[in-house]
Design a protein around this ligand. Structure first.
Ligand code: SF4
Length: 169
């Protein structure tokens, strides 16, 4: 299945309750041949409004820290483990994650990234597929709010940049 077909499935998906409160499904975006995939929790208000991932405050902060380390956002495939916004931005329930994860698995199988960066705790439930390196980092929204986490997040992204440099050589 192509990513385009997958996106249409996500836009029309009714497999869990979350679509009911959403304006847009947010499948994710990035090049088909991305070597690095970023996975967050699920879309927030601005993402729901625009249909694009990580475009709100946390997304802008993430993009800035990536750029500071020489990583271009447009080189990455950016998505979430759950594709619709949840009420009051609550953490998605287990049954919602279970219903949505097959879309992420299909995206991974199409894109075949070398590295998957897991942003925050919920993203750790991303399926672990053979031959892919998984790197866990703090979610940018937590990093924005707390000074210690911000410093750690910057260190983690700097480490990620070094790792990406090795797969690009
Ligand atoms: S969150 Fe995922 S499983 Fe639930 S309706 Fe949206 S696309 Fe379907």
């Amino acid at each position: 299945m192509s990513l385009e077909e997958l996106n249409y499935q996500i836009y029309g998906c009714r497999k869990c309750r979350l679509w009911q409160g959403a304006k847009h499904g947010v499948p994710g975006e990035g090049p088909l041949n991305a070597k690095v995939m970023l996975v967050g929790q699920n879309p927030g208000a601005e993402e729901d409004e625009t249909g694009r991932p990580f475009v709100g405050r946390a997304g802008k902060f993430l993009t800035k820290v990536l750029a500071e380390n020489g990583i271009k956002r447009e080189d990455l495939f950016i998505t979430n483990i759950v594709k619709h916004i949840s009420p009051q931005n609550r953490k998605p329930f287990d049954d919602e994650i279970a219903a949505c994860v097959p879309y992420l698995t299909m995206q991974i199988n199409v894109i075949k990234p070398k590295i998957i960066v897991l942003l925050g705790a919920t993203a750790k439930e991303t399926p672990r597929l053979e031959g892919i390196e998984y790197i866990e980092v703090i979610h940018p929204s937590a990093a924005m709010r707390f000074g210690k986490m911000r410093a750690k997040f910057r260190e983690q992204i700097a480490e990620l940049a070094k790792r990406i440099a090795t797969i690009n050589t």
